[in-house]
Design a protein around this ligand. Sequence first.
Ligand code: SF4
Ligand code: SF4
Length: 309
Amino acid sequence: MTSATEITRYIKAEALRLGFSVCGIAEATPVAQETAEAFEHWIATGKHGTMSYLERNRDKRFDPTNLLPGCRSIICVAMNYYPAHAKEKKQQLHIARYAQGSDYHKVVKDRLYMLLKSINNVCETKGRPFCDTAPILERYWATRAGIGWIGKNRQLIVPRAGTHFFLGELLLDINLEYDTPIEGNRCGKCSACIENCPTGALSAGDFDARKCLSYLTIEYRGELPDSIGAKMGDCFYGCDRCQICCPHNNFATATTIEDFKASEDLLAMTDDNWKNLTEEQYNTLFKESAVERCGYEQLKRNIKSIANR
Ligand code: SF4
Ligand code: SF4
């Protein structure tokens, strides 16, 4: 297989075979100046809170060729995690949808390694896979690769499929055929996510992570403000509200990826179970889960915030 057209077709077919819902390809170039400037402004205004890692590696973040020498192409993929039970209207304590299965960093990256291996069966190329594991503007590249657009909720919206997707990238040092980028957002007059955000973290064209419940319950290590418990609803790890209200999620279908399905033990947890969670239970429930990042004490902190509201 030698032509860029043939290899491109092969890569996209292989990506679907490996469980990715969509796959698009962008030419690896420095990011658009306005995108870099918007990121710089966001950091300069402190809206990233304590996520100081976002301040580092600007050279790589703004130019993916600094992540892989000779990088020519960025394969962007998205993997569906929409839970089968998402439409059940149960009011009980729970964690955000994305965290209910196995750790997505590993699941997506492992499949990207499989994709790279498969590509190397038909052509020689060097590659590096990422899934939220490197300084790379994932949603920007996904729009460049034509697999979606960034909504006012700051999520990537995959046309006719919604927002419940993990994003991954495979950088390659070969030329491929590139997809047409999706420019701008297609929210139109809708502002449901801004109206439904309980903390005012979203506004037209802006996002203040310091106010966001996902940031506060996952990334932020300090004491939670007293007022937060009342805003958390029933979700004590992350927050799904700006996704739940998005009309594009009317098209969402349940994930077929076994790794992303919640365990029976997790689904069986009651409010009382959560309020009395022991460290041993935490370790069993969240073994190989992204929730491990938060740690037992921090999860208890979050649950206490809801319990004390
Ligand atoms: S995750 Fe929740 S708090 Fe954060 S922007 Fe969305 S609705 Fe607001
Ligand atoms: S809820 Fe409406 S405004 Fe927000 S991302 Fe979805 S379509 Fe856009």
